[in-house]
Design a binder for this molecule. Structure first.
Ligand SMILES: Cc1cc2nc3c(=O)[nH]c(=O)nc-3n(C[C@H](O)[C@H](O)[C@H](O)COP(=O)(O)O)c2cc1C
Length: 236
């Protein structure tokens, strides 16, 4: 049976788990802020979105690397492939670098290097070369002046188009980028080789799926896509 779920009525079970994880009394606001200014609905919906690392140069010439999800990708006519980063913090290095340089690279990791990508979060200091410090290799992009991550199986080189607040006064913006070059490992061209899906392919961030009634969460690692059965394309 379908039920209505409020954005503000959060079950006690969820509060308890937060206290356990945070080791004391932490408000929802503080908890959601600490995990990226999220909302209760993020946990209730637990919708998958692609994981990638956005790279660019900081104003001091050091590499910036920012783990990202919450985004969408779509072509619009022969000359335009647009990447919409759904939620970019205005106070992060990535936004600053993008506004200063007008370019970035979206680097897609597979599971075998995800542990190193996570280290970019701990290596987020302004003075740090974040790609190198995380045990990854920075290489020159072909069409834009930004570093890209060699170990990632896919790199999308992008130019900045526009940004827009999510709502008036929001801490984050949506950012539109135009792809100007793609670099992909040729082993990924064909699903019979390494391919782009399954255990070695695209990774999806899924925020801990939560029972909206009890507040109980299920730990969930990065998601992967397995091939489904084709459905006959009968539209009428
Ligand atoms: C799996 C994952 C996905 C993330 N997705 C986003 C995102 O979509 N938007 C965002 O603002 N931060 C996101 N973050 C948090 C940033 O990666 C983190 O705050 C980063 O250190 C900011 O880097 P910057 O200062 O270079 O911008 C994500 C973190 C993780 C672990």
């Amino acid at each position: 049976m379908k039920k209505e779920i409020s954005i503000s009525e959060i079950p006690e079970g969820f509060t308890k788990q937060i206290s356990e994880v945070c080791g004391g009394n932490v408000s929802f606001e503080q908890f959601f802020e600490a995990c990226g200014n999220m909302s209760w609905y993020d946990f209730v919906l637990a919708m998958p979105s692609l994981v990638f690392v956005v790279t660019g140069w900081k104003s001091n010439g050091k590499e910036n690397a920012c783990l990202h999800s919450w985004s969408t990708f779509a072509g619009s006519g022969a000359d335009n492939f647009i990447c919409i980063l759904g939620k970019v913090s205005k106070s992060g290095h990535m936004y600053q670098s993008l506004k200063e340089t007008g370019v970035c690279v979206l680097n897609f990791p597979s599971n075998d290097i995800y542990d190193r990508c996570i280290k970019t979060i701990g290596n987020n200091q302004f003075e740090t070369d974040e790609i190198t410090a995380s045990g990854l290799t920075a290489e020159k992009a072909l069409k834009v002046n930004a570093p890209r991550i060699k170990e990632c199986f896919l790199n999308i080189e992008c130019e900045f188009l526009w940004d827009h607040e999510l709502f008036e006064g929001s801490q984050e913006v949506a950012v539109a980028l135009k792809a100007v070059n793609i670099c992909m490992d040729s082993e990924r061209y064909d699903q019979s080789k390494l391919g782009r899906y399954g255990k070695n392919g695209f990774l999806f961030q899924i925020d801990q799926p939560t029972n909206p009634k009890t507040g109980e969460t299920t730990p969930f690692g990065p998601g992967i896509i397995e091939q489904g059965n084709p459905i006959p394309w009968i539209t009428k």
